[in-house]
Design a protein around this ligand. Structure first.
Ligand SMILES: Cc1cc2nc3c(=O)[nH]c(=O)nc-3n(C[C@H](O)[C@H](O)[C@H](O)COP(=O)(O)O)c2cc1C
Length: 212
């Protein structure tokens, strides 16, 4: 089975995230294609990203500025695909989630793997702007962001007593996204096993240096 890592984007006390994540995790586990691991950023005290060549050290066995940064990079590298569950803060992703993504800058651990998104907010936009920004961010990390996303508007009222969203469209979106995640995880795992190009950023830098 492929490892699906569910990365959650709020660390606030009394976060609404805790109404959304159990629903996503339950359906991801029930899907049957995934070995599901939840990465709750509350449990990852990542420093604000400030890595540089000196802190990274030997790129083949990086030290980084802090052991937790190394552990985060190693953990992400073990994932075959990612599902981000995030609120919208100031029309974008929470800083804590952006920081967790930037912290993977040097290892390219997200590369050539798919990413799905569940956005939510107490407003009517349902985290759409956060998810659109996440799509752009994950492209830069050479992930493959998926087309179908789950957006939960007025999320404080979205769930019934059974922990399921009242709107059937939310359930449909999650089911379609999980099927797409399973397909892309398998396809990209096969492609990675057949061989990968060096990261685009590395090739661009090498080509630029060769022109000088
Ligand atoms: C810093 C901050 C910025 C927010 N910005 C937005 C926003 O841009 N759009 C929106 O619909 N809701 C916004 N909200 C409201 C959130 O949707 C709502 O607080 C939600 O509960 C946040 O998720 P959480 O409780 O899991 O952290 C914002 C909330 C916070 C704390």
């Amino acid at each position: 089975m492929y490892r699906l890592q569910i990365i959650t984007g709020s660390i606030r006390p009394n976060r609404l995230l805790d109404s959304v994540t159990p629903w996503v995790v339950r359906h991801a586990r029930a899907h049957g294609a995934f070995d599901v691991e939840v990465l709750d950023l509350r449990e990852w005290a990542l420093p604000m990203f400030a890595e540089h060549a000196g802190s990274i050290g030997d790129p083949t066995d990086p030290t980084y500025s802090d052991p937790v940064v190394k552990r985060w990079n190693t953990t992400i590298a073990a994932g075959d695909g990612y599902l981000f569950v995030t609120p919208e803060y100031n029309h974008s992703v929470p800083a804590v989630l952006k920081n967790a993504l930037e912290t993977v800058f040097a290892s390219f651990a997200f590369r050539n793997k798919p990413a799905g998104f569940v956005g939510y907010s107490t407003g009517i936009a349902g985290g759409a702007r956060a998810v659109e920004h996440l799509t752009q961010i994950t492209v830069d990390q050479e992930m493959v962001p998926l087309r179908t996303t789950v957006l939960l508007g007025q999320a404080g009222r979205a769930f019934g007593d059974d922990g399921e969203p009242a709107d059937p469209a939310s359930r449909t979106s999650l089911a379609v996204m999980l099927d797409d995640l399973a397909w892309w995880i398998a396809a990209l795992a096969r492609a990675r096993a057949a061989g990968e190009l060096p990261p685009a950023r590395v090739r661009m830098a090498a080509a630029t240096a060769a022109r000088r």
